[in-house]
Design a protein around this ligand. Structure first.
Ligand code: GTP
Ligand code: SPV
Ligand code: MN
Length: 635
């Protein structure tokens, strides 16, 4: 029986639920029940859903409409199943805590694959997989992977519905937790189906946690709090613009609209169509004189994008408003300038380090309607994590569900614990955050975590120099991905884990976009909030005081500040950076901006070595930038 025929049997949201209590009456290969009327007449979409159901064998298929009623029913169901904890509504209305399997807590970069026809099209920084072999492998692991479960069909739009920069997608998933998160992170629901029926293109994404409840031999097992599988595959097929994700329920591994689609697949679409898909926050900055500027900034995972996107300036008269905190899609507008949208509808933000002094706006955003994952639970039914308050509560249940006290000697929240909340709830959200045409970009920032060498701020001499700055970002690894935290690695454009094609080709694409924008291209800057002094502490206060750096950047864009030239870019001239009222010694300021020629020459050697792995594909313009910097570093 096909899904179209099943439509005749359609009922209410949970009308098929009784079937799951009588699984023994169900032969292993019976077709699933469509427990909610099929939402579409689109033949391609129907055929695809049919095909995935034939591979994965779910008990039921639910077409999600994106309604509040649906989200409410799903959260109630998850609470009843013990997979979500409802927080005390007095402190945190309509909010929930999820605890993941301790082996499923972050993106898995070594299990993330780009399955392009040619190995060279994935490039040396991606895990390449042969698409034919990978498809066979995936068909194998997905075979029966949804037995005993419900398969949800989640239509979504990235960017405002029908907008010229927006794109559509559908995620099939067997995780109701993913459905709830997708409802916050994207414009999800029925209206997307109408656009698909109207002939708009859409991206196919398939997700399974890989924990079937009925096994092929007919035996059954009960569900667990956080179903997942030890074996994980996060696979992008750039040539057919598809995503297949198996075995993880966490973040970017499972919310396929985010990194898999909006960065890995979208970067390929952008290359082919002349736009940019970037790991960038977006803000609107208003100066004391009322000048309005838009800034995009690329920092690696857990390096301060959410913080900067919600910045509360510490200098008088300046205002920063939020447009996006993680992803930007940028495109040349009719006026020849670069315009950007935030394709997402919510924030999936890092909890630890988010508190009243570091990011009060984020704290206020999550007053309610928030899903927390892997944070600690307070005795009063609210949540807590390191950095939320200065003093920890006397007793907590930690992210693994164990008793915790300040004497426990381990963090109560996982370092990559997160909050999922709607962008519309953010008190600093800009009026034009969901403008269909986006906002015009005045400046682009590149940054990373660098204890040494990289100054607080430097402006690129040209677009080409700016692309060089982006291409050579290195940053200390954070808990956002599995692996050793603190290790210095190259993270070009903060896109190392997110570029869907050869990184050197991506640099060429950036050079091409800049050439096309010509004199209307945004100015490019490099920033580093994380430089440390000899005692190992941060030299720069960061957070709200980053507004001082934003001020200098705006003054440069206006032409009001002159700056001073150095071999690695233009730095603030004496007195141009406002450090009034900061407890900052002259020595600290000197260290923040010190350009040590010997270390920079060593850095250039490492860059040359780094470029080598890309061979001939490294654009000549970047090699020329390296040569020019080396020339200027000669003492
Ligand atoms: P993803 O969501 O993983 O892409 O990360 P993100 O770039 O949005 O990171 P986020 O803003 O959540 O920052 C994560 C960590 O960086 C938190 O622990 C912050 O406390 C810390 N951080 C942010 N801004 C600053 C800063 O200006 N100075 C210092 N020292 N730390 C900062
Ligand atoms: C990141 O790691 O850059 C994130 C979180 O924004 S996740 O969506 O899990 O990739
Ligand atoms: Mn990110």
């Amino acid at each position: 029986m096909t899904i179209a025929e099943h439509r005749l049997h359609g009922g209410g949201l949970h009308s098929g639920g009784t079937d799951s209590t009588e699984p023994e009456q169900r032969a292993a290969d019976t077709s699933p029940t469509v427990s909610k009327s099929v939402g579409t007449t689109d033949a391609n979409l129907l055929a695809w859903v049919d095909e995935i159901a034939r591979i994965t064998h779910p008990d039921e298929i639910v077409w999600c409409d994106g309604s509040l009623r649906e989200a409410d029913a799903l959260s109630k169901q998850l609470v009843a199943e013990g997979k979500l904890i409802r927080l005390n509504p007095e402190w945190r209305p309509n909010s929930f805590l999820a605890r993941s399997d301790p082996k499923d807590v972050a993106r898995v970069e070594d299990r993330t694959f780009i399955a392009s026809a040619e190995r060279d099209d994935a490039g040396p920084t991606n895990n390449w997989a042969d698409p034919v072999q990978m498809r066979a492998t995936l068909t194998g692991v997905f075979e029966g992977s949804m037995r005993g479960r419900t398969m949800y069909v989640v239509p979504f739009s990235m960017g405002p519905l029908g907008g010229p920069i927006s794109q559509l997608g559908v995620e099939i998933t067997d995780s109701p937790y993913v459905v709830l998160n997708m409802g916050i992170m994207t414009r999800m629901g029925e209206r997307v189906l109408r656009l698909i029926e109207g002939g708009e293109r859409w991206v196919r994404t398939v997700h399974s946690v890989g924990y079937p409840l009925h096994l092929a031999d007919g035996s059954r097992r009960s569900d667990v709090e956080w179903p997942c599988n030890e074996e994980k595959y996060i696979v992008q097929f750039p040539d057919t613009r598809e995503v297949w994700s198996y075995g993880s329920g966490y973040g970017g591994n499972a919310l396929l609209a985010k990194k898999c689609f909006a960065l890995r697949i979208a970067s390929v679409m952008a290359r082919d169509e002349g736009w940019l898909a970037e790991h960038m926050l977006l803000i609107k900055v208003t100066s004391p004189e009322g000048g309005v500027y838009h800034v995009a900034a690329a920092f690696p995972s857990a390096c301060g994008k959410t913080n900067l996107s919600m910045l509360q300036p510490t200098i008088p008269g300046w205002k920063v408003e939020t447009i996006g905190d993680d992803i930007a899609w940028l495109r040349k507008g009719e006026d020849g300038r670069l315009w950007a949208i935030n394709p997402e509808a919510g924030f999936f933000g890092v909890a630890p380090g988010t508190g009243a002094t570091t990011n009060p706006t984020a704290v206020n955003t999550m007053w309610g309607n928030t899903i927390f994952t892997n944070v600690a639970l307070r005795d009063d039914g609210d949540v807590w994590w390191e950095g939320l308050t200065e003093a920890p509560p006397a007793h907590l249940i930690d992210w693994e569900g164990n008793d915790w006290t300040p004497a426990s000697g381990r963090p109560a929240a996982h370092p990559n614990s997160r909050f999922t909340v709607s962008a519309a709830q953010c008190p600093s959200i800009s009026d034009d955050w969901d403008a269909v045409d986006g906002v015009p970009i005045d400046a682009i920032l590149f940054g990373g975590r660098r204890a040494t060498n990289v100054p607080l701020v430097a402006q690129a001499r040209s677009w080409k120099h700016g692309v060089f700055m982006g291409a050579t970002i290195s940053s200390e690894k954070t808990a956002a991905a599995e692996g050793s935290v603190g290790e210095l690695r190259r993270d070009p454009f903060a896109m190392l884990p997110f570029c869907g094609y050869n990184m050197a080709d991506y640099w060429s694409h950036w050079l091409k976009v800049g050439k096309d924008l010509g004199t209307k291209a945004p100015a490019i800057f490099q920033v580093n909030w994380f430089r440390k002094g000899e005692d190992g502490t941060f030299l720069w206060p960061g957070f709200g005081d980053n507004s001082r750096v934003i001020e200098w950047i705006v003054r440069r864009v206006e032409g009001a500040s002159k700056g001073v030239d150095t071999p690695i870019g233009l730095l603030p001239a004496d007195g141009e950076l406002d450090i009034d009222g900061l407890d900052l010694s002259t020595d600290a300021v000197e260290q923040l901006f010190r350009i040590d020629h010997a270390s920079w020459r060593a850095e250039c050697d490492l860059t040359e070595e780094y470029f080598e792995q890309f061979g001939e594909r490294v654009p000549a313009a970047l090699r020329a930038e390296l040569a020019s910097i080396r020339y200027h570093l000669k003492d």
